[in-house]
Design a protein around this ligand. Structure first.
Ligand code: BYC
Length: 329
């Protein structure tokens, strides 16, 4: 490398560091370190995959929702998740990763999706618990991402968070109706909360001392808070909400700590988290199998859409094929 090239590279890097330090947004055409780009692709792709895999556990209940109102709400929510996946795949594409490549990595297990979607939805109350706890955890994690240093990701998160907040409220309202219902309905709501609580805490990722990417992601302002900070914030939010719901969080060690100004909570079973990440959770095989099948069965739709787009593409400085046909006819 010549001295001139080294100087230019240093200038680019200094400009990038300054922009991050000044809380400016990095945009797709700006210079960025390779590791910043690959960290973003990893996190954003994982996030996009989580949205589309996350459609499965809830979609299981669309045909069994107990009323037309609940069915309409659930359909809108699942459709929103598909939309979130699309915004996030599009934002990831601005970093130079193609949609095909990302999906291929998901289907071959080379990219992850959130651990939470490897648990089954056994009863109707699970739809409420997912809304309250899973979407609640997602909002806690994602609101700070609206201030992420990478522009397209931050902007996608603004809209996603607005929709997630509706999702969280519908889950809360559903659980409240069950909790105030018959003793059997109350028990169903409690059972769902018992099963989803600990996996929801795992959504925030491993403890800080074991989080491989946190320190660098926080330096780059991709992440604004550590995994443990956000987990604690989520616990503190949930405790009064659980009381208002008339439900108990399944943790005997959960109590207010006056000194810390936070709730203490019991140990998380990280061996369960590691098993789920290795593909050994209750539903890993089912979720990925279903995703691969949906992709294969959707091939004709992608082909038809691509053929339609090609047919209607206006050539540079020219007319569309059918316009030419009209003129020569
Ligand atoms: N599940 O160094 P760490 C939703 C992996 S969708 C699986 O702390 P990082 C919704 C991590 O990838 C919600 N893997 O990582 C949709 C890394 O492995 P690799 C999805 C996890 O990235 C439908 C290793 O563990 N939200 O809301 O700094 C319906 C070490 O971790 C998990 C997002 O994706 C996990 N839970 O921090 C309803 C938010 N946690 O890649 C709701 C965006 C960690 O080195 N993502 N790993 O092999 C983030 O904020 C961060 O990526 C995380 C992890 C906080 C999740």
């Amino acid at each position: 490398m010549t001295t001139g090239t080294v100087d230019a590279a240093e200038r680019y890097e200094a400009a990038f560091d300054e922009a991050v330090a000044a809380d400016e947004r990095i945009e797709p055409r700006d210079w960025m370190p390779d590791a910043y780009r690959s960290t973003l692709i990893r996190q954003m792709a994982q996030h996009a995959h989580s949205e589309i895999i996350g459609m499965q556990p809830e979609a299981n209940w669309i045909t069994r929702a107990p009323s037309l109102r609940r069915k309409a709400i659930l359909m809108a929510k699942v459709q929103d998740e598909a939309g979130h996946g699309l915004y996030l795949y599009s934002a990831t594409e601005t970093l130079g990763a193609s949609r095909d490549e990302l999906l291929d990595k998901l289907h071959s297990g080379r990219q992850r999706y959130s651990s939470i979607f490897n648990y089954p939805t056994l009863t109707w109350a699970d739809v409420g618990a997912i809304g309250w706890l899973v979407d609640g955890a997602a909002i806690t994690n994602q609101v700070p991402l609206c201030r992420c240093s990478y522009g397209p990701y931050a902007r996608a998160m603004v809209r996603i968070c607005k929709e997630e907040s509706f999702h969280q409220r519908q889950g809360y309202e559903l659980l409240l109706a069950l909790s105030r219902g018959t003793p059997a309905q109350h028990a169903m709501a409690q059972d769902a909360v018992d099963r989803w609580w600990w996996p929801s805490l795992m959504m925030f990722g491993p403890p800080d001392e074991e989080s491989a990417h946190s320190a660098r992601s926080m330096l780059w302002k991709i992440k604004r808070h550590s995994n443990d900070e956000l987990r604690q914030r989520f616990v503190d939010i949930c405790v009064p909400q659980a009381e208002a719901l008339g439900l108990t969080l399944p943790d005997p060690e959960l109590r207010w700590n006056e000194q810390r100004g936070h709730h203490d909570f019991g140990p998380i079973d990280w061996s369960e988290f590691q098993r789920v990440l290795k593909g050994e959770g209750p539903c890993n095989e089912q979720r990925l199998g279903q995703r691969r099948r949906a992709h294969e069965e959707g091939a004709w739709v992608r082909e038809a859409a691509a053929a339609h787009a090609a047919r209607h593409r206006t050539p540079r400085g020219g007319s569309r094929p059918e316009q030419r046909e009209e003129r020569t006819a």
